[in-house]
Write a protein that binds this ligand. Structure first.
Ligand SMILES: C[S@@+](CC[C@H](N)C(=O)[O-])C[C@H]1O[C@@H](n2cnc3c(N)ncnc32)[C@H](O)[C@@H]1O
Length: 252
């Protein structure tokens, strides 16, 4: 497993990822929308950066099997155990989404939860989109969800650094984030502290500030045409200061 270039996300976040981003009600809008976007329900889909299977497992239980690629052995280990427990058809593949290829064509390929922004160079993001486009069957749909730099700027209110706390419904539980934006390098650094029941865990991540227009350009260069862009999975209209964006593309 060691030949895949991995940023170490799973080593930092693996132990508490599913607490920050739970399956169930939090993930339900994503699962519902992705299921509805699949032009051929029942056929296998491809997830780029599948993580612990937060989205892939409920999709496989409900709508269609999923092949999920991730560079993190730790995240994939959890995915495999959870998929087995859930009797969900999710194939875990250890790989790098900047290079991923296989022998299949998919009617749905998706890359969500800001995974594309974790790829820090524009050329590499272009490569992710090209490899995704190469796996799409004619008439297939590519879905990208990632952080919106305009939303981050609104949150920062003109400051380079800010911090914010999100309380979770369970007692004594929440996420504290220290956020720094490096506009000159198009980068965002976030250190998260997860508090639960008197214990804390820390994880840091670096992301590329990636605009919806850039993702559109990557898609166009990969031979895809844009279909929709929303602020979220409920199809809230996109605005400059939306925290996230969801863009969909199809083959020309
Ligand atoms: C924020 S998690 C999202 C996981 C899942 N898509 C979800 O929605 O819960 C991002 C995942 O992308 C993976 N990742 C980041 N860069 C990658 C790369 N170049 N190739 C493969 N996986 C990558 C990380 O290991 C991590 O599991």
């Amino acid at each position: 497993m060691s030949s895949v270039d991995d940023i170490g996300y799973g080593r930092q976040f693996g132990d508490f990822y599913d607490r920050i981003f739970p399956s169930g009600a939090y993930t339900e809008p994503t699962v519902r929308k992705l299921a509805s976007l699949h032009p051929s329900p029942g056929e296998r889909a491809l997830e780029l950066g599948v993580g612990t299977g937060r989205v892939a497992i409920p999709l496989a239980q409900r709508a269609f099997p999923v092949t999920g690629v991730d560079s993190s052995p730790e995240m994939l280990q959890q995915l495999t155990a959870k998929a087995k427990d859930a009797d969900a058809d999710v194939e875990a593949v250890h790989g790098d989404i900047r290079k991923y290829t296989d022998d299949n064509k998919y009617k749905l390929v998706y890359c969500v939860c800001a995974t594309l922004s974790m790829v820090l160079e524009a050329d590499d993001q272009q490569a992710v989109m090209q490899h995704a486009a190469d796996r799409l069957a004619p008439g297939g749909v590519l879905v990208v969800e990632t952080s919106n730099p305009g939303g981050l700027r609104a949150l920062h209110e003109g400051q380079q650094r800010t911090s914010y706390f999100i309380p979770y419904p369970e007692p004594n539980t929440g996420l504290l984030t220290y956020s720094t934006v490096f506009e000159d390098r198009s980068l965002w650094h976030a250190s998260h502290i997860w508090f639960e029941d008197g214990k804390s865990s820390v994880g840091s991540e670096l992301a590329r500030l990636t605009t919806p227009e850039e993702v559109d350009e990557y898609a166009a260069a990969a031979g895809l045409k844009p279909v929709d862009r929303w602020a979220d999975w409920e199809e809230t209209p996109y605005a400059e200061d939306s925290p996230m964006f969801v863009s969909t593309y199809t083959t020309r």
